[in-house]
Structures are given as C-alpha cells and as structure tokens.
Design a binder for this molecule. Structure first.
Ligand code: ARG
Length: 249
C-alpha cells in the first residue's frame, strides 16, 4: 500500500499548485461549454430515457448555469476523456475522474467535489478473495485507463483484463471469465444491487478525489469552475445532488 500513500501525497502537492494558479482572471467566454464523459458509470453518469443523468451531469449543469453557458455533454470511451480535454476538443472532463499524478501532466484539476475508493467485486460463490492481497495470481477485470486499472497492474502476478466499461467487466465476472473486478465504490454498489450473484468483498483500500479536469494552463476556466464549486458547496446544492443519487450505507 506504500505506493498509494505516495500517490496521495503527490496528488495533494499537485492540487495545491493548481489551486494557487486558479482564481486569476474571469472573462466569461460565451456560448457552449463542452463536457467530455463516459456515461457508463452510475450513479455519476449514466443513461436514463436516452438522456445522460447522474451526479456529474447535474453538477455540470449547475456549474454551466453559473457560468452563463450552455452545457453540451459528449459521451466517449473513458480512456479518451482526458485526451479530449488536453487537445482542447472539450472544455472540461467530468467522469468520476480521480485526481491522479499522471493525468496532471496533461490536464489541470479543479478543487475536488467528492471522494471515492476502490473496491473489489467477486461472485458470491467465491470464498478465496477477501482483500486486495488475495488477488495475487488472479484475473482482475477493470475499465481500461481507470485508477482501478493502475492498481490492478501493481498486484503481483495478477492478470489485468481491460474492458471498455465497468459493466462489461461485471458481465465477464458473472461468466467466470475473470476472478474479480476492481472499480470505484459507488458504481460497484449499483452493479452489485443489479446482480444478486455478486458481492463487494474488500473494505475500501484507496482514497481518491473526484474533480473536474480542464486543459493544462486554462486558469481562466479553472478559476470560474472553482468559484462555482465553492458556491455549490456553500449553498448546500452540491450535497443535495450527491444525496439524490447516493444513499448512505
Ligand atoms: N475514478 C476512476 C478514475 O478516475 C474511474 C472513473 C471511471 N469513470 C467513468 N465515467 N467510467 O480512473
């Protein structure tokens, strides 16, 4: 777990650097505000009646409103979301996206709007996996390019199977093609609720922060987003959105 502590420490250092840069200049740019996401991640972003809804979609809507811009959500594969922002094709990314040192090389992150952890999902008939350490030598399914992917990669002798979405990994687990799925805690809860042959085994074993990513150096937009997040926190609107989609355990 040493590596994780290092990661968190690095994240904190980088975050304060980002915070210092933010807040300069306001200059509201008119028009559309394009958000890159991967709408396969309930309760943060998922489809309901052909519309992308969830915690991130609602926070983004509230932020766009404060910025006086029209929100346009673009759905894509998760492992392309950060690149889309880095290249300027989208204004920001919101995808249950964890602040991560690697990502900070190509994008800047806002102040976090919530926290998350990784957990392990197994079939209920499995009894030999109880902790991350038990994944040694196992086949672990992850969504490609996620922090779960990174952690799984560091497990000794584990084979990492990468999928386009968490649901694809979960399906594979149900068919016994893999031994476990490593994914963020809230989507895991949703998937386990929908599949009574599955269960979450591990206690949360990482700490991650979800934040909004903008193109590196876009301090103007970052400042506006941070102000909006601060206001949403202070007014209680942020908590209201979180509580609407996430029920306390
Ligand atoms: N929090 C993890 C990460 O940042 C997983 C995010 C997956 N998000 C999604 N919309 N599929 O890598």
């Amino acid at each position: 777990m040493k590596k994780n502590h290092l990661r968190i420490a690095l994240t904190l250092v980088s975050l304060s650097a980002v915070t210092m840069l933010a807040g300069c200049g306001k200059g509201a740019s008119a028009g559309k505000l394009v958000m890159a996401t991967s709408a396969d991640f309930p309760p943060y972003e998922f489809y309901e009646n052909q519309k992308i809804v969830g915690v991130d979609a609602e926070i983004a809507e509230a932020v766009a409103k404060k910025l006086g811009r029209e929100l346009v959500i673009e759905d894509m594969k998760f492992d392309t979301v950060v690149a889309q922002v880095a290249s300027g094709k989208a204004d920001f990314a919101m995808a249950g996206l964890s602040v991560d040192p690697d990502r900070l090389k190509s994008v800047d992150f806002s102040d976090p709007y919530t926290t998350a952890t990784q957990v392990i999902i197994v079939r209920k008939d499995q009894t030999d996996i109880l902790t991350p350490e038990d994944l040694t030598g196992k086949k672990v399914g992850v969504q490609s390019g996620t922090t779960g992917d990174l952690y799984a990669e560091n497990i000794e002798n584990a084979t990492v199977e990468r999928y386009n979405s968490g649901v694809d990994a979960v399906m594979s687990l149900k068919q016994s093609k893999i031994d476990a799925v490593m994914i963020d805690s809230e989507p895991a809860r949703v998937f386990v609720t929908q599949n009574d042959d599955l269960q979450i085994v591990s206690e949360p074993f990482t700490e991650e922060e979800y934040a909004i990513a903008v193109k590196k150096g876009n301090t103007d937009l970052l400042g506006q987003i941070n102000t909006a997040i601060k206001e949403l926190k202070e007014s209680g609107e942020l908590n209201k959105i979180l509580n609407k989609y996430i029920t306390a355990e």
